[in-house]
Design a protein around this ligand. Structure first.
Ligand code: DGY
Length: 320
């Protein structure tokens, strides 16, 4: 029984796999593998512990007939053709819950940083632009008592709403496939339709998965319907907003600011105009990047593989 691990992971998870009888091969130079490189590695392995967002499509599955299971170390699985995996008899698992707090922290950080133009103002210092104290230069906006709209109120959206309520007493409204009674009870969150989410929110934070329904959901038309004082935050997937439309909405002041932990493509080009806007903060997809969370994600992925190797259902299987 052997496993290919597509990037370096915390040693605790490697040890766990070893102690459960796995032979392990790791892509230890940590470089992104092309699909053909990943196929070449997976052809010789029973299992894959996959880090990152390489496209695992029907070509991948038909090229790896020995593969029995894939443990993704991510909650999102939009990069995997789940139907093709199921047809090929490959079980796929993800890592929900363990990254909700850390990802919500990054959404919260972006919300606060954008509201105070923190990244743009910090750039003034190395640029030698911090000179006289100015009373009116590049002012931010307060969050206290404002309305936070959550697009997709699942585990991560709930955590952000909880933090925003506790820290800034923000009013929470949300748009979701179904109502979230826990958020309504705990946080007095109000379910609204999409149009109300756009027109009533002072900040909108995206916490949904990428699907045909959500792809480019935040586009020219949608940004136009938001408040001109609104902040747009996306820590979910870069393809949920149309980047060209977002840039235009910011340049024409249709919205006030944006905070992104996800872009399309990733990595973002260093020449992207968003990087020079004072009212924009961009991070390089670090939602779950804490020591504790990455250790929990890798351990959960390892435990999914251990179950699969024993012929059991992986606890976090996504194609039951
Ligand atoms: C996730 O878990 O989906 C994060 O985006 C990291 O891949």
């Amino acid at each position: 029984m052997n496993v290919f691990i597509s990037k370096n992971i915390p040693s605790q998870a490697v040890e766990l796999l070893k102690n459960n009888g796995f032979e392990i091969d790791i892509n230890s130079d940590d470089k992104n593998l092309s699909q053909e490189e990943l196929i070449a590695a997976c052809k010789q392995h029973d299992f894959l512990l996959n880090i990152g967002h390489a496209n695992l499509d029907s070509h991948f599955f038909s090229s790896c007939p020995n593969l029995k299971g894939i443990a993704l170390a991510s909650v999102g699985y939009d990069h995997v053709d789940i139907n093709a995996a199921t047809r090929a008899g490959v079980a796929v698992s993800n890592t929900p819950d363990v990254l909700s707090e850390a990802t919500a922290d990054i959404a919260f950080l972006l919300l606060l940083a954008v509201s105070r133009k923190a990244f743009g103002r910090a750039r003034e210092i190395p640029a030698g632009e911090w000179k006289d104290f100015s009373f009116l230069h590049e002012l931010g906006i307060d969050l206290s008592g404002k309305t936070l709209g959550i697009y997709g109120l699942g585990r991560i959206g709930y955590e952000l709403a909880r933090k925003a309520k506790a820290a800034f007493n923000m009013n929470i409204i949300y748009y979701n496939r179904s109502k979230n009674p826990k958020a309504e009870k705990d946080l007095d969150a109000k379910y609204v339709n999409f149009d109300d989410l756009l027109t009533k929110s002072d900040a909108i934070s995206v916490h949904t998965n990428l699907s045909p329904e959500t792809e480019f959901r935040f586009n020219k038309d949608v940004f136009k319907r938001m408040k001109s004082s609104a902040i747009f935050i996306n820590t979910a997937r870069g393809k949920i907003h149309n980047e060209k439309d977002l840039i235009e909405a910011l340049e024409t002041h249709e919205i006030w600011g944006a905070g992104l932990d996800v872009t399309d493509p990733e990595p973002m080009s260093k020449d992207n105009p968003l990087l020079n806007m004072t009212n924009v903060c961009v991070l390089p997809h670090i939602g779950s990047a804490t020591i504790e969370t990455r250790t929990k994600m890798a351990t959960l992925a390892a435990n999914n593989l251990i179950a699969a190797a024993k012929g059991k259902q992986m606890p976090q299987v996504v194609n039951k």
